[in-house]
Ligand binder design. Structure first.
Ligand code: ADP
Ligand code: MG
Length: 592
């Protein structure tokens, strides 16, 4: 290595730099659209051929360039967007590095036509992958058209690394979608191999999202807004029950720039905590607006990574806004049950007394006296923590206070409730599962054992493997409320159970929980105690097919309204659905 140091000629330096800015057709499309947006275009056409490898052409009706600007635009570090270091500290445009056009010209054959409103003639610039620039004057409309042909024609190694045409096409398509979301007021047209692929008319964000993702998906989104001056977050998030495994569309824009931030994505997921199954992801489109001084977008040439001055407070804000939006749209707390007179549900149904502290005391001795409810029947309600008042006799049958039927059970599976603004349909199993899950979870969190002693302990014979598992999970089972004793030979004696278990079902539920726990293989590791809580909730909950009376239904719904996350079951299935009057009107074709 005895060669002298030389400064690289600009076109060679550009070629090297291009490696970071233009990695594939989609990155060129992104840079060109960003330039058009920075030039205030309100209509942009993107035309590609062969996934963008043969041709990328972007036509805009923005402010255009004077002939002087057009001549220097392709130089590296040529930019009209910043002048001083202070400008770099508060970037308001999408571009600022002055690298894109230089990079594009270094790796393809470029032609640009441009005119600003002060110039009578337009300027045409041609560059053929070297440092020679050909400039002519020509009549042309105000705005800019840039076409680049044969991407990487002079860097075969890079060209070789391009993926299939369909993959490159897909990336281009995604870039256009992101830009279209970030600027709904701008019209976008996308042609690929002479076919019109996308045409988004200038509109507002709601309509743009509808145009991109379709009406049905859009109708499931929840609008979100959170302001903590001077920071604001707006956008749309998917309802938890529509969370999907695998690839889900998620977008975060910072001052209208699409950014990639694992950390902020994580904040959003945290907002959905326990609302969706681990391994499934929600849809979201979020716009963060922040003083450009408080964020550095100059982290990487692609400008998609950013650094915040105070990342942790932005993180918190994302989490809080997502969480409060989900809370706000929870169907249950929101629902106002139709009330008649001055009926006050809380007073009418005071919280039930103590759960029975001794279980199955009547098991052997129970005598059925005609007309008198059996102890079993009473205990049957206990597992729902029935909230009763004195007007309700011990079977849960109403004596006089509720004379009508506000709650209807459909196929012993769904509960239909009249609400002020429509009908609420609740999946009884999912609802009860959610209630039990939260109760049990709080037991785990607060380390509060809640067990009811059995007068007649139940013996369960386990396989050696299950017996080992129970030993491993012993303390979790204890917290759940199972009081277990080993009897040798893989036999376990249950002498206490969680209060949610229906009398007589102690052994069965224990075995069911164990086997569900084993089968419930998660893609993503979950805390064993949480998995246990989930399995237990599923097994102890009332089933589809269990008949419920008015009091039981009411109790279930009341408890659900106290649940932290009432609208999805622990597996992520919806608990309830609302059919609003407006929706009914729509379906019946009524206007009022
Ligand atoms: P940057 O966008 O970082 O400034 P670019 O290399 O992308 O750098 O563009 C260089 C300059 O060329 C821009 O600063 C702008 O002045 C001008 N320019 C590029 N594209 C357009 C366009 N579509 N309309 C008007 N001016 C443009
Ligand atoms: Mg640019």
């Amino acid at each position: 290595m005895n060669r002298a140091i030389k400064i690289l000629p600009e076109h060679l330096a550009n070629k090297i730099a291009a490696g970071e800015v233009i990695q594939r057709p989609a990155s060129a499309v992104k840079e060109l659209i960003e330039n058009s947006l920075d030039a205030n275009a309100n209509s942009i056409q993107i035309i590609i051929q062969n996934g963008g490898v043969d041709l990328i052409k972007v036509v805009d009706n923005g402010i255009g360039m004077s002939s002087e600007d057009a001549k220097v635009a392709f130089h590296r570090h040529a930019t009209s967007k910043i002048e001083t270091y202070e400008d770099l500290e508060s970037i308001r445009t999408l571009g600022f590095r002055g690298e894109a056009l230089a990079s594009i010209a270094a790796v393809s054959q470029v032609e640009m036509r441009t005119r600003d409103k002060k110039s009578e003639l337009g300027t045409k610039v041609r560059i053929n992958g070297d440092d020679k620039i050909e400039i002519t004057q020509d009549a042309s409309p105000i705005g800019t058209t840039i076409s680049m042909r044969n991407l990487f024609f002079n860097t075969p190694a890079r060209r070789h690394f391009l993926k299939s045409i369909s993959t490159e096409y897909r990336h281009v398509y995604e870039v256009i979608q992101r830009c279209a979301i970030s600027k709904p007021d701008v019209e976008f047209q996308f042609y690929s191999d002479e076919e019109l692929i996308l045409h988004y008319y200038s509109s507002n964000i709601e309509n743009r999202i509808k145009d991109i993702f379709g009406k049905s998906l859009t109708s499931t989104l929840l609008p979100l807004e959170g302001v903590d001056e001077p920071v604001s977050i707006t956008g749309f998030i998917g309802q938890p029950q529509f969370a999907r495994r695998g690839k889900v569309e998620q977008f975060i824009f910072l001052n209208n720039r699409f950014i990639v931030s694992k950390n902020l994505n994580h904040a959003v997921y945290q907002g959905y905590e326990h609302l969706i199954e681990k391994g499934a992801f929600p849809f979201f489109i979020l716009f963060l607006t922040i003083d450009p001084k408080k964020v550095d977008v100059n982290v990487h040439p692609s400008k998609m990574e950013v650094k915040f001055d105070d990342e942790s407070s932005i993180y918190k804000m994302f989490l809080t806004v997502v969480r409060s939006t989900l809370k706000k749209y929870n169907l249950i707390p929101q629902i106002k049950l139709e009330s008649r007179g001055n009926e006050n549900p809380v007073e009418t149904f005071r919280l039930s007394s103590q759960p029975v502290s001794m279980r199955n005391y009547s098991k052997e001795t129970e005598e059925l006296t005609p007309g008198k409810p059996s102890e079993k029947a009473i205990q049957h309600f206990q597992h729902l923590y029935i909230q009763r008042d004195d007007n309700v006799d011990r079977t849960g049958q109403t004596v006089h206070s509720i004379t009508d039927t506000k709650y209807q059970q459909l196929r012993n599976k769904y509960i239909i409730v009249r609400a002020e603004d429509g009908l609420l349909i609740i999946d009884q199993h999912a609802a009860h599962e959610r209630i039990i899950f939260e109760k049990v979870k709080s037991r785990f969190i607060n380390n509060e054992k809640n067990s009811q002693q059995l007068l007649f302990p139940v013996t369960v014979q386990l396989t050696p493997a299950d017996s080992l598992l129970v030993k491993e999970m012993f303390s979790d089972f204890e917290l759940l409320g199972f009081s277990l004793k080993y009897f040798g030979n893989n036999t376990v004696i249950i002498d206490g159970v969680p209060p949610e278990i229906k009398p007589g079902m102690e052994g069965t539920i224990f075995e069911d929980v164990l086997s569900l726990y084993k089968d419930d293989k998660q893609d993503v590791p979950m805390k064993p105690s949480e998995r246990l809580a989930k399995s237990f909730a599923c097994k102890a909950a009332i089933k589809a097919g269990d008949p419920l009376n008015q009091t039981e239904m009411k109790s279930l719904i009341d408890q659900l309204s106290y649940a932290e996350i009432p609208n999805v079951c622990p597996h992520g299935r919806p608990v309830s659905m609302k059919l609003t009057i407006e929706e009914l009107d729509k379906r019946f074709g009524r206007t009022s």
